[in-house]
Design a protein around this ligand. Structure first.
Ligand code: AMP
Length: 282
């Protein structure tokens, strides 16, 4: 497994591979890898000749008060996960942007609300980093987890709008056996906080069950789910169109229930498909 530590090294290697006709699959991550990240590697492995994982804690997407400096890191452990999942190269840059970098990628509409309320830097930072990663790695396809459902929508829209030659492959959200959505930030949780974190998936299941019992009024579904959540701060709990993330008042189409909370100092997010199944879905 190759380690590439600068953008120049990464691009040189990728250009050589592409010149030999090999396709490159990219899994962008911020490290502290867990089985959710590994599932993206497994999903993309058969889709490309060479599998690249990038590990970069992207400062652009953090607000000043957020956990950039304390975001969990474990490069040695991360490399073991990559090795075990057949990764060909790990891109571990100290710097992703040139010193005189001035570009910002802003994807309108799908970035609005939900996690977009963290501030304009959030999805702009993500879209800008991913655009730069696509350029530097020469990726032909790239995998994103439904754990960050809105992020997946933002990236899809960016790729479509800017005609990037990168195929986006979504991967399902991976949970721990108790139902908690896997996240690098779960490392911050005490046993008690973890129990409270479990109320997120329980609340989303309440919405699914309400719909199965015939309730389609979104406010009614949300009210029953809100009762289930035990957190210090409920950032959002919403039901949105699964395709374009527009708010819904009646659950009459494939949709996504999405939630974000603070438990202590830890931010947790989760989401589930709700409403009628997407056409073609199992
Ligand atoms: P992160 O390292 O948190 O920036 O995440 C990198 C990629 O892994 C993103 O595409 C995430 O959506 C994905 N990911 C993180 N956690 C999970 C999970 N529990 N299930 C599926 N994908 C995940």
């Amino acid at each position: 497994m190759k380690l590439l530590r600068t953008c120049e090294e990464m691009t040189r290697w990728a250009d050589e591979q592409r010149a030999h006709g090999r396709s490159i699959g990219l899994v962008p991550t911020m490290g502290y890898l867990h089985d959710g990240h590994a599932s993206l590697m497994d999903r993309l492995r058969p889709e490309c000749d060479l599998l690249v994982v990038s590990i970069y804690v992207n400062p652009l997407q953090f607000a000043p008060h957020e956990d950039l400096d304390t975001y969990p890191r474990n490069t040695e452990g991360d490399l073991k996960v990559c090795e075990a999942h057949g990764v060909d190269a790990v891109f571990l840059p100290d710097a992703l942007y040139p010193d005189d970098f001035t570009t910002v990628v802003h994807v309108k509409q799908v970035s609005d609300g939900l996690c977009g309320n963290r501030g304009p830097q959030y999805f702009q930072g993500i879209a800008t980093a991913v655009a730069r990663l696509f350029g530097v790695t020469r990726a032909t396809c790239s995998c994103f987890g439904e754990k960050d459902y809105q992020q997946l929508m933002v990236i899809r829209r960016m790729v479509r709008d800017l005609a990037f030659d990168v195929r986006i492959v979504p991967a399902p959200l991976v949970r721990d056996p108790d139902g908690l959505a896997m996240s690098s930030r779960n490392a911050y949780l005490s046993a008690e906080d973890r129990q409270r974190g479990l109320t997120l998936s329980a609340a989303l299941r309440t919405i699914q069950q309400g719909y199965e019992q015939g309730i389609t009024d979104v406010q009614e579904l949300l009210a029953s789910a809100r009762d289930v959540i035990d957190a210090d701060f409920l950032d959002y709990l919403e039901i949105r169109d699964a395709d374009n993330l527009q708010p819904l008042s009646v659950l009459d189409r494939p949709a996504r229930a999405l939630v974000a909370v603070m438990v202590g100092k830890t931010r947790l997010i989760d989401n589930m498909a709700v409403g009628p199944a997407l056409a073609g879905a199992a």
